[in-house]
Unconditional design. Structure first.
Length: 140
């Protein structure tokens, strides 16, 4: 069920690389080195940019449902980190299982902001704490 919602992935000062047709009108979008994502409420749709550019169209969308409404999503080339209800749900983009929920409990406060690189996740909480976690330490 496609509606009239889409977004263009554009390199700076160039023509669109690809237009992504969406099933819903998104509340947010995110972009990483190899994927784009769009979502609303607790659901996200991930699209592979490499496939889309090579075939002049988006194929192979992956859908992910989270436990709560997504307040923000960050991507690296293989991992997504979704901010849901004060915690980060971290998972491989093309796998259904959650790798980790950060923080594991509320003792460090609720996550208010985050970012992700190829090697690490950084996040801040509402108790003025700032945390850094490398990939090895976030896997279960």
């Amino acid at each position: 069920m496609d509606i009239n919602a889409s977004f263009d992935v554009i390199a700076f000062n160039q023509e669109p690389l690809v237009t992504v047709l969406l099933a819903v009108e998104p509340s947010w979008v995110a972009i990483g080195p190899k994927h784009v994502a769009a979502g609303m409420n607790n659901r996200a749709w991930f699209y592979c940019l490499e496939t889309a550019v090579a075939t002049s169209g988006v194929k192979g969308e992956t859908t992910r449902e989270y436990v709560a409404k997504v307040a923000g999503l960050k991507l690296n080339s293989t991992v997504a980190a979704a901010l849901c209800d004060g915690r980060l749900q971290v998972h491989a983009i093309d796998q259904a299982a959650t790798e980790a929920v950060i923080p594991e409990d509320d003792s460090d406060g609720r996550v208010t902001s985050h970012d992700i690189t190829a090697e690490a996740i950084v996040y801040g909480t509402d108790v003025s704490s700032f945390f850094f976690s490398d990939r090895e330490n976030i896997q279960n």
